[in-house]
Design a protein around this ligand. Structure first.
Ligand SMILES: [Zn+2]
Length: 606
């Protein structure tokens, strides 16, 4: 469920021009404001061209997976990355030039548009690129074989995920959990070198290290941003502790002493290899008498809703808010159904090929409640992309990187029983006494995720800054998992292992704080829009469907793209410049009260 908005640029031509312009021996004239303006015009123009090319290559690669399309895409991506790095470095020339505020912001965003900067030294640059690719492919090829001599006992991440989700055999779960983590030790040495070299690149751009560069993206000093995250986590931690204590109690009923009464939960018993989403243990923790009495999946199947019908329903939601219908090309070019004749990447995604109006989704839609919600989520990306199309290319993006994911999820929160009634899919909404089941389901996904969403980068920022060294990679990782999640490994994990590498976003070098922010922001957006829509029911029953007023507020924020600091975008929608996790507490208030009753006398914490 990601967007493909690749911040990119191109600059072989530019780099060549710059070199030739400096041949004269006279002291070069200091760059002027007009030079900066010209430079940005070239950047915006070149980035657009390269970005379109990269999106086209990516689209074809994911829709026709072959060795050739992979090679083409890798080549284009390399060009894009190289180009941005050159542009970003060149932009430093204008650091002290007096330019208008919006140009200053564009220069700043350009410098911050890469997650990894290759050092200028070509040998080191190549080494870093090679290591980054190797880390990703080591993860991608990761397999664990119960019996190395028998290939049919080997499991990839899909097979591992399935066992973690479905099995209730503690010994088997532990074995598979430990098995998956064997893919990571070979990455350890590479990762340490990756940190050294990417830090060098970041320093060449003027940042203290790669982690500091990532934090700079948030329109506030790096330290202030870290404090802001602590504050948000402090708001939701009490609810997490209650959910955690209740789940631990129920897991103990199921697994006995493998789960301590008051200590940390073993990492392998929460239905997910990283314990980041606990939805799969719902059957073990389900509140009594809370079945909602209907199944959207059954309704969709019974009504023979086609994938196209489902996407039309999603579009209808946005139209009800006042957004223009999707363009004809969306319907012609999107992928809605798994093709019979070729391999495609079915993981749902939203695209914006020409970064203007050629928006598409790529999904293999099945008539399920999950896919129905996912369609609303993916379309959120498309409507965001279209809303900011008139901004400068450098501003066509998410206000901060949490916003893009949050938009789709905000809309998905409006897929309530009342909404399903309004569009004729449901006869009557279930009684509110049934809400605890629905809220529990959602909490196992959204509340359980929060500490995990936070800790990945807490670890990486310390690694990039040197506070955590290779000698204590694993110890620091487990300290954080215990501190935030209350999770412990099944046995001592030494420094011969590299457990962070068993999570995709570490070898792939994707910043992770965005997912924590998206989790917080979506509830804040939902609360603000529900208020605008005049909703008077409990927050979890509010749907903004049909509210032109809510649509107008949403559009005001979306159309800003990245042109203003994110607090301004937040204010356009919520009236506040500050992120606020209290909307999560409002949303889950009935569950919170219910948990209090269940936990009477039970120790929370670990
Ligand atoms: Zn998404």
């Amino acid at each position: 469920m990601k967007t493909t908005r690749r911040l990119s640029a191109a600059a072989f031509v530019i780099a060549a021009l710059v070199v030739s312009a400096c041949v004269k021996q006279d002291a070069p004239a200091a760059p002027a404001a007009a030079d900066a303006k010209r430079f940005l015009a070239t950047v915006n123009d070149t980035m657009k061209k390269l970005e379109v090319e990269a999106s086209q290559a990516g689209w074809v690669q994911q829709n026709f997976i072959t060795d050739d399309t992979e090679a083409i895409q890798a080549r284009v991506n390399q060009r894009v990355t190289d180009a941005i790095a050159r542009f970003a470095k060149e932009s430093a020339k204008y650091d002290t030039v007096d330019v208008p505020a919006d140009e200053r912001r564009q220069l700043r965003l350009l410098k911050l548009s890469l997650d990894m900067v290759t050092p200028a030294d070509p040998k080191e640059g190549e080494e870093l690129t090679t290591i980054a690719a190797r880390l990703e492919s080591t993860y991608g090829k990761g397999k664990w074989c119960a019996d190395a001599s028998k290939p049919d006992t080997c499991m990839n991440i899909d097979a591992i995920t399935k066992v973690m989700a479905d099995s209730r055999d503690a010994a088997k779960l532990r074995q598979v959990w430990e098995g998956w983590h064997t893919i990571a030790p070979p990455m350890r040495k590479d990762y340490a070198r990756f940190v050294e070299l990417s830090n060098k690149g970041a320093r060449e751009l003027g940042f203290a290290d790669t982690g500091a560069m990532w934090r700079e993206k948030y329109d506030m000093p790096a330290d202030a941003f870290t404090k802001e995250l602590d504050r948000l986590w402090g708001q939701v931690r009490p609810l997490y502790l209650k959910l955690y204590a209740y789940v631990r109690m129920k897991l103990r009923d199921k697994y006995g002493d493998a789960v301590p009464a008051t200590g940390p939960i073993p990492a392998y018993l929460l239905g997910n290899i990283w314990a980041q989403d606990w939805s799969n243990v719902y059957p073990l923790v389900a509140p009594k008498n809370s079945d909602p009495g209907y199944s959207l999946t059954d309704i969709l199947t019974r009504r023979k809703m086609s994938p196209l019908d489902m996407v039309r329903a999603g579009e209808h939601f946005y139209s009800s808010l006042g957004f223009a219908p999707l363009p004809k090309t969306f319907w012609e070019r999107s992928l809605f159904v798994r093709p019979k004749d070729r391999d495609v990447v079915c993981h749902a995604s939203a695209w914006d090929i020409d970064i203007e109006s050629d928006v598409r989704i790529k999904m293999c839609i099945e008539p399920t409640a999950e896919d129905f919600t996912t369609i609303h989520h993916e379309l959120g990306h498309n409507y965001y992309q279209r809303a900011y199309k008139d901004q400068a290319v450098l501003f066509r993006g998410s206000a901060n990187d949490g916003f893009h994911e949050a938009i789709g999820d905000t809309i998905a929160l409006s897929v309530t029983p009342e909404y399903l009634m309004k569009i004729g899919l449901l006869g009557a909404a279930p009684d509110t006494s049934r809400d605890i089941g629905l809220l529990m389901t959602r909490a196992l996904e959204k509340v359980a995720f929060l500490p995990f969403g936070l800790l990945i980068d807490q670890w990486r920022w310390k690694v990039f800054s040197g506070q955590v060294t290779p000698a204590n990679y694993n110890a620091a990782w487990w300290d954080l998992r215990l501190k935030y999640q209350g999770i412990a490994p099944p046995s001592t994990r030494g420094e011969d292992l590299f457990d962070p590498g068993a999570k995709y976003h570490v070898p792939d070098n994707t910043p992770y704080t965005r997912y924590f922010l998206a989790d917080i922001l979506q509830f804040q957006f939902h609360r603000a829009l529900s208020k605008t829509a005049g909703c008077t029911t409990p927050l979890h029953r509010c749907s903004i469907y049909g509210s032109k007023e809510a649509g107008a507020k949403l559009n005001a924020m979306l159309s800003m793209g990245e042109s203003r600091p994110w607090p301004d975008a937040l204010e356009a929608l919520t009236g506040s410049k500050q992120m606020d996790a209290s909307a999560i507490l409002d949303y889950f208030a009935p569950l919170d009260r219910w948990l209090d009753e269940q936990l009477k006398g039970t120790k929370t914490g670990w």
